[in-house]
Every structure is written in C-alpha cells, then in structure tokens.
Design a binder for this molecule. Structure first.
Ligand code: HEM
Length: 441
C-alpha cells in the first residue's frame, strides 16, 4: 500500500477515533441525566429532591462539555470526507449525503435547541417542560446514532441502491429503496451494539467519576447514588452487550465472512475450527505463532455448531490485514469480560450500601474503560472491511484524494498534537467538574 494512502487513512482513523469518544459518552449519559431529572421531579422528600437536583446540575455540565467536543470533532471529520476521500462523495454521495442531512435535520437541531433549555431553562420553564427537554435531548442523541449507524452499516453491507443512468452521472450510486438502504442487513446489530456500547461507556464513566468524588468526600450522598446507578446499569448492560455481540458476529459471518476469517486468524477453510485465544498472526507464513487454541470452539462460537465449516483466509483473495483486527477483537472482548467482572463484583460489594475504598479505586481506574472497548470495536469494524470502503462497490484506494505525503504528514502531526492536548484537557476538566463540591472531607 502506498505511503500517502496509509497517511490519509491514519489521519481519518485518528479523527473518527477521537470523535467517537464523545458520542460514546453522550448517548448513554443523556439517558442517565433523564433518570436523574426524573428522580428529582418525582421525589417527595425535600432533601432527596435537592440531592437529585444537585446531581443533575453537576452532570449536565459534564454532558455539555462532552456534547460540544462531539460536535466540534464531528465537523472536522465531515471536512475530511472532501479533503481525504473525494472519490467517496463522488460515488456514493447520493446515499451518504441525505443520511448525514437527515441526522442534522431530525436529531442535531433537536438536541442543540433543547440542550439550551436543559442548561439555562431550569428557572425559566416549568418543571415538566424541563423534564421533557431532558428526554428530547436523550431521544435526539439516539436518533443521531440511528442515522450515523445506518450510513456506516450501509457501507459495510450495502443494499437498496442502483447505478445511476449514464445521463444522470453513470458510475454514481442512487438509492432505489431508502428502506433497504437504512435497514440494510447489518444495521440492527450494529445499532444495538453501538447503543449498548454507549450505555456501558457512560455507566462506567459515571461510576468511575463518582468513585473519584467519594475518595475525596466520603459523605457525599449524591455521589453514592450516582455510583450505585452507574454500577447497576453496567451490571445489566454488559451481559446484554455480550449476547448482542454474539449475534453481531453471526451476522458478520453471513455478510462479511472475510472479516471473520481475519479477526479469528482462520487461515484455512475447515470444519470444527479451533478458537485461538491468543497468538501472534504471521501473514507471510499464513499461520499463528504461539497459538493458544481451544479445539472446535471457533466453529461453536461463530456458527453455534462445533462441526460447522468456517471459511478461512485462503477462500478470500482480498482481505483485511490480520494482526490489527485479531488483536483489536481480543482487546474488545477481553475488556467486555473484565467489565462484566468489575460490574458484578461491585454490585455484590455495594449490596449493603457501603463502598469500601479499594472498590472506589478499582471503579476510578475503570472510568474510561468503555473507551478502550469501543475504540477496539471500531478498529475491528473499520480495518476489518478493508480493502473496501463500501463493501463490493468502492475500494479505499479508489476514493483517496491527491494530497501529497508531505501535506498529509504535516497535517497528521498537527492533529496528533491538538487532539492529545484536547484529550488531556477534557479528562482534567470533567474529572474536576464531577468531583468538585463544597463539602470536601
Ligand atoms: C464481549 C463480547 C463482545 C462481542 C462478542 C463483540 C462482538 C463484536 C463484533 C463481532 C464486532 C464487529 C462486527 C463487524 O464489524 O461486522 C464488534 C464491533 C464493535 N464492538 Fe463489540 N463485542 C463485544 C463487546 C463489546 C464491548 C464491551 C463494547 C463497548 C463497550 C463493544 C463495542 C463495539 C463497537 C463500538 C464496535 C464497532 C461498531 C460496529 O459494529 O459498527 N463491543 N463487536
């Protein structure tokens, strides 16, 4: 692969990877905020009412910072469609353009308008209107995810399109059925997996920052409430995610079998394929060094049948680079299993209402664990579809722009430095916001 293509991909990968960090918190956090606001509205005891109000006011500011970061990084990304991938918009702009526009029209305007009511309207509108605004923002973030996942799923498993007639720009795609474009074969799995990923990321984020707060102010009743809520939500969402992940894998095997062969490093088509837990894929030699394998478990997990035939990389002349997707997949699943352990262990530890300090340290360490699993998942999905940008329709190399290696290298360096500074500032600011309070003890 030539150097400019690698740089263009690295740059876009960095942008999309940085961008996804923020929606992965905001979608879940918006619903958590709705729960805080509802509990404030419903509480009859004045003390509880005040505690939920304080909690809401603390977390709505954190939400606003995450939301703003998501918007700003999203804008940079949309510029890069043009600068790095002009062939993308030329070929599939008739599909991608409307889907992105629907997101802005049906979700972003809704979120932006009612976020202002959430932030500044507490004393200006009725309690019910304020509660409704919190719900509308949560609903809007979910609708945003719907459209973006529709587009990304369509790029993975395209459906419902046709080639435009020569006189209207032959070579370009047009939508034949928007219903099939949107509800393409991988969409339901991808949407469910992403929404759960966000719920889990936000739950650990809330639990982790609340634990950090409790290490400084053990008497903070509000932080104890949010800690419990984050832990309990994670304890329910992580096992659901594992079940949905399994279904997602079955769907990928059906529609993108080359991706499955790469992420499991299955070199040869075989019945009763083993599951490689760990190892070092060696693409030049077509084998996995130091492989730790469980016999037949690959077929069992991938096809729910221990003797099923799994197509190996030898069946696909073109496929993704094996090592990155193999390791990313293990990072995602490994993190999922760890999160399950932490969420269930914490639920058990918190059963008497007490939060021992070692548990608070453990949960603080897991504050950003959702980011690791989410980024690993994205890498599996996006590297796994290579060499295609839109499966079977447009190759990544054919969509690349004409920027030189030097231009891409310089802008990539600027992005790396800017994003590193932004990320550090973000972590410092939200940690301060969520853990600040009057009653430090
Ligand atoms: C532990 C069991 C899990 C399994 C079996 C699993 C399975 C999968 C599979 C098969 C894919 C790739 C599908 C494709 O590209 O066609 C994927 C992608 C992804 N996973 Fe997981 N996953 C698990 C846990 C998690 C966790 C805990 C998170 C985050 C908290 C997560 C977040 C993601 C994300 C963000 C993607 C990319 C989204 C997409 O599919 O477009 N996964 N997962």
């Amino acid at each position: 692969m030539d150097e400019t293509l690698i740089l263009a991909r690295a740059q876009f990968g960095l942008n999309i990877g940085f961008h996804i960090l923020f929606p992965s918190i905001t979608i879940g956090l918006a619903w958590i905020l709705f729960v805080f606001r509802l509990r404030h509205e419903r509480a009859t005891n004045p003390e509880a009412r005040q505690a939920w109000l304080t909690t809401y006011q603390r977390w709505v500011k954190v939400f606003a910072v995450c939301f703003a970061m998501g918007v700003v990084t999203g804008v940079v990304m949309s510029f890069q469609f043009g600068t790095n991938w002009p062939g993308y918009m030329t070929t599939v702009g008739n599909i991608a353009g409307p889907l992105l526009a629907y997101e802005v029209l049906t979700a972003f305007f809704l979120e932006a308008t009612f976020l202002a009511v959430m932030l500044f309207g507490m004393d200006r509108v009725s309690g019910r209107m304020h509660l409704a605004s919190t719900f509308i923002v949560a609903f809007g973030t979910t609708v945003s995810a719907f459209w973006i996942l529709a587009l990304n799923s369509w790029m993975q498993t395209p459906a419902g399109h046709a080639l435009a007639a020569a006189e209207t720009g032959g070579g370009r795609l047009v939508a034949e059925s928007w219903l099939h474009v949107i509800f393409n074969p991988s969409f339901p799995y991808r949407l469910a997996h992403m929404l759960l990923a966000s719920g889990i990321t936000a739950s650990f984020f809330v639990a982790g920052l609340s634990a950090w707060r409790l290490l400084k102010a053990p008497a903070d009743a509000g932080a104890r409430g949010t800690l419990r809520l984050g832990v309990h939500a994670a304890a329910v969402l992580v096992p659901l995610q594992i079940a949905v992940g399994d279904l997602h894998g079955l769907n990928t095997r059906e529609h993108q079998p080359a991706k499955i062969a790469a992420l499991e490093a299955i070199w040869k088509t075989q019945r009763g394929a083993p599951l490689t837990l760990l190892g070092l894929p060696d693409e030049a030699e077509g084998r996995t060094r130091f492989a730790i394998e469980v016999p037949k478990a690959g077929s069992l997990i991938l096809a729910h049948d221990a003797d099923a035939e799994i197509r190996g990389l030898d069946a696909f002349p073109e496929h993704a680079p094996v090592a990155p997707v193999f390791f990313a997949f293990r990072a995602m699943v490994g993190m999922g299993v760890l999160m399950l352990g932490v969420a269930w262990f914490s639920t058990w530890k918190l059963r008497n209402g007490e939060a021992p300090r070692p548990l608070l340290w453990l949960l603080s360490a897991f504050t950003f664990s959702g980011w690791i699993a989410t980024l690993a998942g994205w890498l599996v999905t996006e590297i796994g579809r290579q060499p295609w940008l839109v499966t079977g329709i447009l190759k990544t190399a054919d969509a690349a722009g004409r920027a030189s290696g030097a231009q891409l290298g310089a802008s990539l360096t600027a992005y790396v430095l800017t994003y590193a500074a932004l990320l550090l500032s973000f972590v410092v600011v939200v940690t301060h916001m969520a853990s600040a309070g009057e009653e430090r003890k």
